[in-house]
Design a protein around this ligand. Sequence first.
Ligand SMILES: N[C@@H](CCC(=O)N[C@@H](CS)C(=O)NCC(=O)O)C(=O)O
Length: 228
Amino acid sequence: MPLKIYGIRESTCTSRVLTVLAEKGVTDYEFITMGRADMKAPEHLARQPFGKIPAIDDDGFVLSESRAICKYLAKKYAGQGTKLIPDDDDLKGYGLFEQACSYEASYFNHPAESIGFEKLFKGAHGKGPADEELVAQYKSQLEDTLKIYDVILAKHAYLAGDQVSLADLFHLPYGALAKEVGFQTLFDPYPNVKRWFESLEARESWKSVPSIMAFFKRLREAKEEAKE
Ligand SMILES: N[C@@H](CCC(=O)N[C@@H](CS)C(=O)NCC(=O)O)C(=O)O
């Protein structure tokens, strides 16, 4: 049975997984597009107890949480495409890789995702306008992180060393979104971060994934059409 991916292609967390599949050259999978009601249905809650996307079903093995799915796929398809995770016997490489994954989860994701929430998701879900005071706070938190990233990325090309890894790719969905919603020049004051992020955005894998902005544009157009 082929690998099944449950998600919305343009959603930030699903795009993280699709980017990894593209890096690995995996095309043999079934994509199941989920609506909001599908996410809360009992059969999906069995895959993702929090009622979120994405989730996968790999021949009966069920897994959720985009970063865990990416790590699983990087190991499952270790023999093909870009090497995105250190070998099992590379203990120090593994430590550095997990350290970089933790940087993303601890210091980058929250402010970047929160900017996306305030500036895009909130309005799109009818939850009112962005709280610009909060946006400024998240931007400042993100800048604190980028300052430190700039020092790290002066020493090596990527966060875990000189090879790209999942830890770098994990930044793409919310980093790109933060730029799209009004902070196009966010990374510019940090030359090493700018070089690093632009190199990630230029990867064919990421360019093959549909943009979250296109999804919300379609949603807005559909709502406007329904009103007419
Ligand atoms: N930590 C989770 C986050 C999952 C998540 O928040 N997914 C969003 C889409 S990016 C979602 O399902 N939103 C719909 C909802 O919350 O109802 C992951 O990385 O998979």
